[in-house]
Design a binder for this molecule. Sequence first.
Ligand code: NDP
Ligand code: GDR
Length: 326
Amino acid sequence: MPTALITGITGQDGLYLAELLVAKGYDVHGLIRGQNNPKLDLVRRLLPEVRLHHGDLTDMSSLIRALRESQPDEVYNLGAVSFVAYSWENAALTTDVTAKGVLNMLEAVRLHAGDRPDSVRFYQASSSEMFGKVQEVPQRESTLLWPRSPYGVSKVFGHYMTINYRESYGMHASSGILFNHESPRRGPEFVTRKISEAVARIKLGLQEDVVLGNLDAERDWGYAGDYVEAMWLMLQQPTADDYVVATGETHSIRDFLDVAFDHVGVDDWTSYVRQDERFMRPAEVDQLIGDASKARDVLGWKPKVPFEALVTMMVDADLAAIQQGW
Ligand code: NDP
Ligand code: GDR
């Protein structure tokens, strides 16, 4: 039975990935931080078979301990301060976790693996935010990186450090450059879930409107359940590499609002949406659209859930959750 260690197991992707690996027969371990993590109960309820280890990406000794206790064949480094808007509020913490945390994990794996550096396969959660200011459309593995936030800059550090450990030490370290992926498990601070929750509450008469920032930004949105399969596929390859994972379609926030409101019978959403400077970013990433042809050709991966189905899945899940009193 292969063994995997996942950092960020309490997050959206961590939960989907852990479910996927459990279904594949893995012995799954997760890193959990804090004295009393509010997500602990959720992980235990959804994934009772997963073994949890206390640790934090800023604390390398805790990472070494988790590796010793779990003895993984594969490490998925998903932990991060992942909310782009927050990264301006706390650039130092973002750098400590999302940038330096990757180095801590890579170094911990290198020390743990000893004279067999490729014996532990490593996945780094890189991001389309690294592309930032548009240089090329669509964005692919070779596109120039021009990050536009402390989060994006931190992800660039983690990305190149992963490549550097692969090239310097012969580690099997791969980096998935994943474009935005969403689901009913998406944190409520991200725009898709903020909208799906608000639309459900407006439909049920519990909320009057929703306050957003820039409605013109365009994102390549896919379904998180599809994207974790690409992570796993990367670590099954004989050699480590970097892959863009995306749908190849882009939509604006307005498009997301169109589909979400239309799904609950509202044709014109303008009276339900307000814009406020509070939600505008100091520097915006205007348009992301990915070319995932390498992932398709090498990994045999392609997305299954299209945009409209993703939006309606999220609205339906929020309607059901509110009606059931969750
Ligand atoms: P989430 O925000 O849902 O989850 C982030 C996870 O990181 C949580 O489990 C959180 O744990 C953990 N974490 C935060 N700080 C630390 C720390 N100091 N030490 C250890 N763990 C920590 O993110 P997603 O699941 O959406 O994303 C997973 C990864 O993929 C992230 O690295 C993200 O940056 C990246 N990514 C995400 C994309 C997306 O569209 N979802 C696209 C591209 C990349 P806790 O519960 O304790 O806070
Ligand atoms: P993003 O996701 O920054 O792309 O990062 P987010 O959903 O936060 O923003 C997407 C776009 O929507 C615009 N926007 C708003 N965003 C939020 N959160 N709240 C609002 O009210 C709002 N109004 C408009 C933003 O300006 C932006 O253009 C996500 C994260 O998961 C990262 O960790 C990941 O790396 C990238 O996706 C790929």
